[in-house]
Design a protein around this ligand. Structure first.
Ligand SMILES: NC(=O)c1ccc[n+]([C@@H]2O[C@H](COP(=O)([O-])OP(=O)(O)OC[C@H]3O[C@@H](n4cnc5c(N)ncnc54)[C@H](O)[C@@H]3O)[C@@H](O)[C@H]2O)c1
Ligand SMILES: [Zn+2]
Length: 292
């Protein structure tokens, strides 16, 4: 699933900003916080884009909880988008971050993404602030199932239901006409029969686990610098780490197209595509580490 139309426009890389980010990384002990911009080159669109405007109205948690109609709307659209979403592969930016982590340059990797592409590139551990679409949990008995399995149950329950869509949206779903949503059959939890099966992600209006937030704060607090990659920082659950770093006097560097909500706390903002920057940073770091 490669679709370059999900990328924001290209822009020249500022050499001063590039050198500053390289310096921070050379020093090691960097905390990395990533957002949807990491995965646009893998064909998964971001929410806001470089103009900062939200293009997509994501599912609200209250709507999912309210009734079966909300859950039918979610699952029909997510079912229709799953195969394309699951086919996304990591890009050069995910590979660079995984290399830095394996080389011991990072205090930790925190992501707001739910696509699993950091892990697919070999990164570990990854703090997934908003969970992951490849797991499904039962809200009533807490049983957890692989998404592939739930997808197979849904396919079995909907043998004649099909949809063809080229466009997958940021949450891995597609837009569908109301009559198609209404014909979709939900499946229930095989353990307790509840129909409240939910992807293991934090919907808008839901809360991020306190434990994960504390782990992520710890990653930031022991860092020499915080590096933000591909995030508008409009969502508080990511922005709070920038605020914490700034409050502690830890320098903040941002590599993201367009402005962010953290502009005031940012020491270096490299406004460029990650694909134009991260592979060269990775090369320069390797060169710097080689014996003379
Ligand atoms: N891939 C995913 O898992 C995914 C995708 C969309 C949204 N989300 C969710 O939506 C929320 C949105 O917040 P966010 O800040 O992560 O995303 P966002 O959509 O608000 O911001 C993305 C930012 O990245 C920039 N960008 C896009 N492609 C880029 C590239 N190739 N190089 C450099 N910059 C690029 C955009 O200009 C924008 O500023 C998150 O909570 C996340 O859970 C996840
Ligand atoms: Zn259950």
């Amino acid at each position: 699933m490669t679709d370059v139309t999900t990328l924001p426009p290209r822009t020249p890389v500022d050499q001063g900003g590039y050198a500053a980010v390289l310096d921070l990384l050379r020093g090691g002990e960097v905390a990395v916080l990533t957002g949807a911009g990491m995965s646009t080159a893998s064909g998964i669109p971001d929410y806001r884009g470089s103009d900062g405007r939200r293009r997509v109205q994501p599912m609200q948690y209250a709507e999912f909880l309210a009734d079966a109609a909300g859950r039918r709307r979610y699952w029909s659209r997510a079912y229709a988008g799953w195969e394309r979403f699951a086919a996304a592969r990591p890009n050069v930016a995910h590979e660079a971050v995984a290399d830095w982590q394996l080389s011991g340059l990072l205090t930790g990797l925190i992501t707001q993404n739910v696509d699993g592409l950091h892990q697919a590139a070999g990164a570990a551990p990854v703090i997934e602030l908003h969970g992951s679409l490849d797991r499904v949990v039962c809200l009533d008995c807490s049983a957890c199932f692989p998404r592939e399995q739930v997808h197979a149950w849904l396919a079995h329950a909907n043998p004649t239901w099909s949809v063809h869509s080229e466009e997958v949206r940021p949450d891995g779903d597609v837009l569908l006409p109301a009559e198609q949503v209404e014909r979709f059959v939900l499946v229930s939890c095989p353990v307790c029969r509840s129909d409240r099966l939910k992807p293991d992600v934090v919907f808008f209006g839901g809360a991020v686990s306190r434990e994960l937030v504390d782990q992520a704060y710890a990653v930031v607090e022991r860092a020499r610098a915080l590096l933000v990659l591909g995030s508008s920082l409009q969502v508080m659950s990511g922005y709070r780490f920038v605020r914490r770093a700034a409050a502690l006097g830890i320098p903040v560097a941002v590599v993201t197209r367009g402005g962010t909500r953290g502009d005031e706390q940012t020491d270096v903002h490299l406004d460029a595509l990650l694909g134009d920057v991260l592979p060269s940073l990775a090369d320069d770091l390797t060169r710097g580490a080689a014996p003379p």
